[in-house]
Design a protein around this ligand. Sequence first.
Ligand SMILES: C[S@@+](CC[C@H](N)C(=O)[O-])C[C@H]1O[C@@H](n2cnc3c(N)ncnc32)[C@H](O)[C@@H]1O
Length: 231
Amino acid sequence: MNPSNVEAQLQLWPAQDGGAPESGYRPLPSIWEGDDAELIQRMVTFYPRRTPRLILDATVNTGRFWRNSGLPVIGIDLESSHRPSVVADNRQMPFADQAFDLVVYDPPHVPNQGKDRSKDFNTRFGLVFKSPAASGYNFSHLYPPFLEEAYRVLAPEGLVFAKIADYVHGHRFQWAHLEFVTAAAKAGFMPCDCIVKIRRGPIICPRWRNAHHARRQHCYWVVLRKSPKCE
Ligand SMILES: C[S@@+](CC[C@H](N)C(=O)[O-])C[C@H]1O[C@@H](n2cnc3c(N)ncnc32)[C@H](O)[C@@H]1O
């Protein structure tokens, strides 16, 4: 399905699921083929128990998620060149306890990549970040300190929307979304939902010769709630 059909998919969904449209049962689809910004808009109206007063994008980059959204967003990023609202580390946030109702997190996904100068992947996807052997050549060690801070700055019933991609690196499958959900539960969150986001242009490196794993064509949007219950 192409993105222009997403709206149609959403409208059809209650009927396909067997429920009458007027029943009030209007879930989001668990597979999303549109873009992230559109999905986030849907998630913002779907999951919160009340309209978010203030949203934190903890990895804002240039803010592609929020263009023309009209939502009250503060964006932080380590890199001042992206011109975030505040240059800050999401593992040590300069915000008061319970200041936000929603935290959005889209961390660098794949460490230690060579640079592909023909694309802007390096900055857009955070591919410039490295992870040493001591951290298992992956980014899972970034999750617990971020999650502790997210828990602190969220109001009760607040939400995290996290875009997490599994990947193959260092000759092994990196189960990033499992690491993230495990760390979230340890930080006190209730992991509540998971949407599969289809990626339109997965990166393929010309240096790769033999395929040993399925090529990732999706990532996940994981939903956490600062609450003992999801519903
Ligand atoms: C994958 S990009 C985010 C892309 C963004 N969601 C978008 O669509 O425009 C990850 C961003 O996180 C930032 N970042 C990485 N580690 C961070 C940290 N500890 N604290 C704050 N920002 C961080 C990077 O500089 C990069 O801009």
